[in-house]
Design a protein. Structure first.
Length: 318
């Protein structure tokens, strides 16, 4: 396709797993299972927090935001992944690809912001417990949520910059979904501006990870100062779920960034594997981790299950 063609007529080809085309039907089954777990798990978290008034607290509001971003991430990749692995349909138009790319990266940015907000929540709860309710008010939490949403809109200029690039090389992408770093490598003109703006946005995510690390440093310092071993354990237990969520989000992200930037000689399979871990694993594992390690969530889940199992009017006299 020539560079002079309209971007609206441009199409990309999505890629499955290299060398495993024969097993795409089994990959489809695995993806469906992961999507089902992610949507069921995160939807259940939202339902539990909404139904249980005791969970209408800052920590669980942030957990609801995390579940919402995980649902958004899951639904952003779902249409094209199922098309590639089940129907074998690889072609995607440029506008649709841009739309998917925006939502994938926007929800990724939002998840990083939510993890930072949750780290701040744990910092205030452990270091300033008496001021917790006065610092994290409902109005302040709403402003934090609005700030997360506005922050994700900083991706819009990136979309505008991509529409100005001509794509005259191979239009084959590396994944069954559209990512910015995957698209700009196919441009046939200088894409330095796109790369620099993308790198600037990545700095926000890096700043989030630095601030999360700083929060945990302050938390550990406060925990060490607690004289009671029981109180130390109790304080740390409230952070385990969030710490696990941070690891399963940032470690694959760093790995994917390194492979895209420095892994030109790496096997294509490693690139696809790391991208799938980055996008699929956090939405699947986050609700499982919080259900296992958070006692109020476990109680809310059991109460919800008991309500669903019981028949309406059960135990009442006619």
């Amino acid at each position: 396709m020539s560079p002079g063609n309209s971007s609206h007529a441009l199409a990309f080809l999505l890629m499955g797993i290299p060398g495993m085309a024969r097993f795409h039907c089994w990959v489809f089954v695995s993806c469906c299972l992961m999507y089902l777990i992610a949507m069921l798990g995160n939807g259940t978290i939202l339902l539990i927090v909404r139904a249980n008034r005791r969970l209408h607290q800052p920590m669980y509001y942030f957990l609801s935001m995390l579940a919402t971003t995980d649902l958004g991430m899951t639904l952003s990749t779902l249409p094209t992944v199922l098309r590639v692995f089940w129907f074998g349909t690889r072609e995607i138009t440029f506008p649709v690809c841009l739309t998917q790319m925006f939502f994938i990266h926007a929800f990724s940015f939002m998840e990083s912001s939510v993890l930072l907000a949750m780290a701040f929540d744990r910092y205030v709860a452990i270091c300033y417990p008496l001021r917790y309710s006065s610092i994290l008010t409902s109005a302040r939490i709403a402003k934090i949520g609005l700030g997360m949403l506005c922050r994700s809109l900083t991706l819009l200029p990136l979309i505008c910059l991509l529409t100005r690039l001509p794509f005259c090389r191979s239009h084959v992408l590396s994944h069954p979904y559209c990512l910015h770093q995957d698209m700009i490598r196919l441009a046939c003109t200088d894409s330095t501006l796109n790369s620099l703006y993308g790198l600037t946005l990545v700095q926000f995510v890096i700043l989030d990870s630095v601030l999360i690390t700083l929060s945990y440093t302050m938390i550990m310092k406060a925990v060490v100062d607690i004289t009671s071993r029981e109180e130390q354990t109790k304080a740390l237990n409230t952070c385990i779920s969030h710490f696990c969520a941070v690891l399963i989000f940032y470690v694959p992200m760093v790995g994917l960034s390194i492979i895209h930037r420095y892994g030109k000689n790496a096997a294509p399979f490693s690139n696809v594997l790391m991208a799938n871990i980055y996008l699929f694993v956090p939405p699947v594992l986050n609700p499982i981790i919080y259900s296992m390690k958070n006692k109020p969530i476990r109680k809310g889940l059991l109460r919800l299950l008991c309500q669903r199992v019981a028949w309406p009017g059960h135990g009442q006299q006619p």
